[in-house]
Design a binder for this molecule. Structure first.
Ligand code: SF4
Ligand code: FES
Length: 241
């Protein structure tokens, strides 16, 4: 049986002064295959039931288990300790996010900004009797942005988010892009003022931390640059819809 040591950054608002964290280490036995999330379950079940962390799907789909593991943004359920090539694993909550407890961050602003861009299809024409068909080329445009699982890694990694609390952030702008390129959406005119401003796309300085941080290997910066060009096209040639 092998062992791995988790060094976990902890914060308990009931016992720690605000903003002060401590690191606690736990040794975990495993048979060679262990994800970081499974290691956290072991700690919670056998060593310290007070350890707080989020998870849901255990399959890299829900985005809940995003953490900072050995100096990189990762999903705990997707990270096998074998692939870290070390028996010492440092686990921290998403940096630059307000802390609730241990590995749990406050995602209120993150989801409020996502909701602000109205992340659903908006149609002005009458509801069709059947599904709205798309060409393969139009569907292809959605391939990258629809893989976003709203994990928060890009948001946590972005210096523009750190410096401007009202900046929508790479995730919300990626979703704005997702509806901008969706051939079925009919609200481009109404959507434009949401992101064509200083708290939207112009606050992105193409630092590309989001691209490096994204555990789904998406490219929010590419979407944001596309939106900037769309805004210029609108000014020159007018809105399409
Ligand atoms: Fe997470 Fe990537 Fe979506 Fe950002 S773009 S929320 S890092 S999946
Ligand atoms: Fe859902 Fe990890 S538990 S992404």
């Amino acid at each position: 049986m092998r062992t791995v040591t988790f060094h976990i950054k902890r914060y308990d608002p009931a016992r720690d002064a605000q903003g002060s964290t401590r690191v606690q280490s736990f040794e975990i036995p495993h048979g060679g295959q262990l994800t970081v999330l499974e290691g956290l379950f072991y700690i919670q079940e056998k060593l310290d039931a007070s350890l707080a962390f989020r998870y849901c799907c255990r399959a890299s789909i829900c985005g809940s288990c995003a953490m900072y593991i050995n100096g990189r943004y990762r999903l705990a359920c997707q990270t096998n300790v074998l692939h870290l090539h070390t028996d010492e694993v440092r686990i921290e909550p998403l940096p630059h996010m307000p802390l609730v407890k241990d590995l749990v961050c406050d995602m209120t602003d993150f989801f409020a900004k996502y909701e602000y861009i109205r992340p659903w299809l908006i149609r002005s024409s009458e509801a069709p009797a059947k599904e709205i068909l798309q060409s393969q080329a139009d569907r292809h445009k959605l391939n990258m942005p629809i893989d976003c699982i709203l994990c928060g890694c890009c948001y946590s990694s972005c210096p523009s988010v750190w410096s401007e609390e009202h900046y929508l952030g790479p995730h919300a702008l990626l979703w704005a892009y997702r509806f901008e390129v969706d051939s079925r959406d009919e609200a481009r005119k109404e959507r434009l003022p949401m992101w064509d401003n200083e708290r939207g796309v112009y606050r992105c300085h193409t630092i590309t931390n989001c691209v490096e941080a994204c555990p789904k290997e998406l490219n929010p910066t590419e979407g944001i640059q596309w939106l900037k060009m769309a805004a210029v096209r609108r000014r020159l040639f007018g809105a399409s819809k």
